[in-house]
Design a protein around this ligand. Structure first.
Ligand code: ADP
Ligand code: MG
Length: 474
């Protein structure tokens, strides 16, 4: 398998000129971020970092990732409806992880009161890396599934034009035509639209829960624009605004500034630092309402690393998706090794193995947003510290995936154009809508390829480590 663009990467001067053209095209296409200096304002913006060339991805793996997405949608939805499974799975974690415990408390409160919401909307992104099987064939291995704030569906629809441009400049028109079109933001908006319609109130709004400082606003705007084109109005509010101006009526309909809300779309609320006591109150208010939450609290919990690890245990997929052996087989084929660190023999053994062979494992806490996992010597130190404490149950261990590195240029504002060794991570966006017990929409709606230099073990685009890319199918 060829891994790259070969001699094209050797012409330093040509790369610089190409990069200038690529950056200008990216700006023209709207591949934008606000700057870290002015994250609240769109007065000054720059391009979102991206690769100069699309990165080679085996077509078979792309197809496999697309084909399994509807299965993952169903699985997440099944987990979110299975209160007993969530409770059992998270019982040891919530004793030691305050954030998960807080989410779980809200989940319990809503269950006790009775769930007012009747329409459910999932917008998720399942992420994968590629690695070789023992026989040399390439394999797709899931890193995680994001069930809240899965981002970059908007910017990912604008990057194909940039890579086609680069290849056209090089007179590689046939290659340019191979770059797949991609429009996740449209698909995500169609899911929100369906949920909004089923909610059934012509004047109700979509409430986007936004952060005060949001560099990635253009990604979100892409979805807002699609909704407005369908005559669905979006308001952006912070948790603080909800706690000041949000209310429920006696039927638990949600009102914001006096206007009814049909769908709440979270682009905030996935990290502990995003919650003050006031924000937790606001989250509870939203969860208690009959508005469609994307995601509802149970679906957020279904996306925890602990749930991911338990799903890989023998018999669990079969229990959650009874009578669907083919679905189960497709899902399981993408699972890497996942190990519980709950107190007991199984956890003891996993810890012992990771301490002996640290390069084979990743230690993960129940966190989202990148930069939280531990690798190598740091992981060993953490395991030594944790191994006799119940705190270890708030982590899981995962087999480390080892993709084959390839050369590409990572273009970032203010950084020199140079070829570095990289690895990629593929994400597939999934959308589903359920009304009561009936799944009325289940789709994949596009992809995201992110690429980073091999020296960074962790982190995505928002964390400043990975950059936007496109798969070049081979
Ligand atoms: P987060 O929720 O913080 O995004 P992830 O599980 O996606 O957590 O991990 C963050 C990053 O760490 C991933 O984007 C990937 O680059 C790297 N990573 C995570 N799990 C593995 C793994 N099993 N093998 C290799 N790299 C991994
Ligand atoms: Mg991730």
């Amino acid at each position: 398998m060829a891994t790259g663009w070969g001699s094209l990467l050797q012409e330093e001067q040509q790369l610089e000129e190409l990069a200038r053209q690529a950056v200008d095209r990216a700006l023209a296409e709207g591949v934008l971020l606000r700057t870290s200096q002015e994250p609240r304002s769109s007065d000054v913006v720059s391009y979102a970092p991206f690769t100069l060339f699309p990165s080679l991805v085996p077509s078979a793996l792309l197809e496999q990732a697309y084909a399994v997405q509807m299965d993952f949608n169903m699985l997440v939805d099944a987990v979110s409806q299975n209160a007993a499974f969530l409770e059992q799975t998270l019982s040891s974690t919530i004793k030691r992880d305050n954030f998960t415990a807080h989410l779980f408390d809200i989940h319990k409160q809503v269950l006790k009161e009775g769930i007012a919401q009747t329409v459910f909307l999932g917008l998720n992104r399942s992420d994968y890396m590629f690695q070789r099987n023992a026989d040399g064939s390439p394999a797709l291995k899931q890193i995680e599934i994001n069930t809240i704030s899965a981002s970059f569906g908007g910017l990912a629809s604008r990057t194909p034009a940039v890579h086609r441009h680069v290849l056209n400049v090089l007179n590689k028109t046939k290659e340019a035509a191979k770059i797949l079109s991609n429009n996740p933001s449209k698909g995500l908006a169609l899911g929100i639209t369906r949920a909004w319609e089923l909610y059934g109130s012509a004047n109700a709004l979509v409430l986007l829960i936004a952060q005060e400082k949001e560099r990635n606003i253009f990604d979100q705007r892409a979805i807002e624009n699609e909704l407005l084109a369908r005559n669905i109005h979006v308001i952006r509010r912070r948790f603080e605004d909800v706690s000041e101006k949000g209310s429920l009526d006696q039927d638990r309909r949600l009102f914001m500034d006096g206007q009814e809300v049909a769908v709440v779309y979270f682009r905030d609320g996935y990290m502990p630092s995003q919650y003050s006591p006031q924000n937790w109150e606001a989250r509870l208010l939203l969860e208690r309402s009959c508005a469609v939450k994307c995601p509802d609290i149970a679906t957020q919990l279904a996306g925890t690393k602990k749930v991911q690890q338990e799903l890989s245990r023998m018999g669990v997929l079969e229990m959650l998706l009874p009578g669907q052996p083919e679905t189960v087989a497709r899902l399981r084929a993408t699972f890497a090794g996942l190990y519980s660190l709950d107190m007991g023999e199984e956890g003891d053994q996993a810890i012992a193995e990771a301490i002996v062979a640290p390069s084979q494992f990743v230690l993960k806490p129940q966190r989202e947003g990148g930069g939280n996992n531990l690798y190598g010597e740091e992981m060993v130190q953490a395991l030594e510290r944790l191994k006799d404490s119940e705190e270890r149950a708030s982590y899981i261990l995962m087999e480390k995936i080892k993709p084959e590195p390839f050369g590409n240029c990572l273009l970032r504002p203010g950084s020199p154009v140079q070829v570095v060794q990289c690895i990629s991570e593929l994400g597939i966006f999934g959308v589903y809508v359920r009304q009561g017990k009936t799944l009325v929409m289940n789709k994949h709606v596009g992809h995201l390829l992110r690429t980073k230099a091999i020296e960074h073990a962790d982190g995505g685009v928002a964390a400043g480590v990975a950059v936007l890319d496109n798969p070049y199918p081979v």
